[in-house]
Design a binder for this molecule. Structure first.
Ligand code: C2G
Length: 437
């Protein structure tokens, strides 16, 4: 019996895929199809696959062409599979010409002519063409963000509203809509990305939603729990998406960490300690430290996602550079829960180790600095022989995953929630409280 194997993502299965599978099947008597997992696709740069692994497997199954379907999960698996299943022929489309010649050592390699005129990318982008405008003044970050849309099918950044246009990159200055008038920006886009200081978010989000635009907003959504609730309700009543962007929340390593904790890997969590710091120039009058606004949401995220929002007590301590107490160069927030505690430390005018430690009754999780854009963490135990290390690729500092989630939410008319509503609201409350007189 001649055994054939082929691999692919098979997203939105189309006739190009089917023709490939048909020809692959004809090469032998038994066809194994390896469908790539989400994580493996991410590591090879395919981040906006539309269908889940199960949906894609189901579609391949429905063709009736595969005698066996397996999941491709890691680099180098092809060699393992070829040996394990006693494969005679490895085949793939001609877009991969030459790339798998190294498998000749293990079996015959056949490149089949790729079907012209059809691709998953085309299908994805045909369906999707959402325009986005940005409002904000942080030139460095906005430049990073604007570059990420090319990795995400179906969304295009077309405009900017800023009071800091002179400092923006040429790419940004050359966008079709460049303005310092928010209304004008909103009139020309389907959605807006809000990257201003959080004390302005409430008004800006409301204005966008009322104009019928979807909103992706940097965390916190605003600085008040009730207002946050109101904005989500407004979005819902208008069938619009309002999504909170905390890049950490969309990073694979971080979401795996949450799942491990939920599965009991370190026992009951008794303490969450998160620190985020970066040094700002204290002499720069245009860019004064606002540690809780700029970092608070991020450090609060694991606290509320792991321990929930029903704490018994909270206490905020801030040190300010000014008498009016507007600019905190260091803040610390302590929480007491029934059976746990948490502490966050954030600073833009003091430096510390930016790590995250989650203490459990069986072991602890250590995420090294800078934990908020992590691709790596460790689960550690009393007996260090049992320690485990986890690594998950993080591309584009997580910005592109946020954009993928936002784009999909808009098209599926349902928010893809990485951050629970109670978590969003509680973040708003604590950040707001830090600046209340
Ligand atoms: N294909 C084709 N014609 C098209 C589109 C795709 O023949 N118009 C083929 C591809 O060449 C591939 C298979 O269909 O052999 C699956 O395509 P994708 O889902 O795009 O997967 P790909 O990323 O090419 O995965 O490591 C190799 C990969 O696993 C192949």
């Amino acid at each position: 019996m001649k055994k054939v194997i082929t691999y692919g993502t098979f997203d939105m299965l189309h006739h190009g895929h089917i023709k490939l599978l048909e020809r692959a099947k004809k090469l032998g008597d038994y066809l194994i199809v390896g469908v790539t997992s989400e994580d493996f696709d991410k590591t090879r740069g395919k981040i906006n696959v539309q269908q889940t692994l199960m949906e894609r497997i189901e579609k391949v199954k429905e063709t009736g062409l595969a005698d066996k379907i397996i999941v491709e999960e890691y680099e180098g698996q092809k060699i393992d599979d070829i040996k394990r299943y006693g494969i005679d022929i490895f085949t793939v489309g001609s877009d991969w010409q030459g790339k798998f010649d190294y498998l000749n050592e293990y079996c015959e390699v056949v490149y089949l002519e790729r079907t012209k005129g059809v691709s998953s990318s085309d299908l994805r982008s045909k369906e999707r063409a959402l325009t986005m405008g940005i409002i904000g003044d942080n030139a460095k970050y906005i430049e990073k963000f604007q570059k990420e849309d090319k990795y995400v099918n179906g969304i295009k950044i077309v405009g900017i509203c800023s009071n800091n246009l002179s400092e923006m990159s040429e790419d940004i200055k050359n966008l079709p809509y460049v303005t310092n008038n928010y209304e004008e920006l909103l009139a020309n886009v389907d959605s807006v990305y809000v990257k201003t200081k959080s004390q302005y978010h409430y008004e800006q989000i409301k204005q966008a939603l009322e104009a019928g635009k979807h909103v992706l907003c940097e965390s916190p959504i605003c600085e008040d729990r009730e207002q946050c609730k109101e904005l989500f309700e407004l979005a819902k009543s208008k069938n619009l998406i309002l999504l909170e962007s905390i890049r950490t929340a969309y990073a694979t390593a971080y979401s795996r960490l949450l799942l491990l904790i939920k599965s009991g890997k370190i026992g009951n969590v008794v303490s969450v300690d998160a620190t985020c710091t970066n040094m700002k120039n204290m002499e720069d009058n245009k860019n004064k430290p606002e540690s809780m606004r700029d970092w608070g949401y991020n450090a609060l995220l694991p606290v509320f996602q792991i321990l929930g929002t029903n704490y018994l007590k909270s206490n905020i301590t801030s040190f300010f550079i000014d008498k009016e107490k507007k600019y905190d160069y260091f803040s610390k927030v302590d929480f007491v829960y029934e059976n746990a505690v948490a502490t966050i430390k954030v600073a833009e005018g003091a430096k510390s180790e930016g790590d995250l430690v989650i203490t459990g009754t069986k072991g602890y999780i250590y995420v090294p600095s800078p934990w908020w854009k992590t691709d790596y963490f460790e689960v550690r135990y009393e007996d260090n022989k049992n320690n485990e290390r986890y690594f998950y690729q993080l591309d584009g500092e997580g910005i592109r995953y946020t954009l993928v989630a936002f784009t999909r939410s808009v098209y599926e008319k349902k928010p893809i929630m990485f951050i629970e509503p109670n978590v969003s609201q509680e973040i708003c409350k604590i950040v707001g409280d830090a600046y209340k007189k």
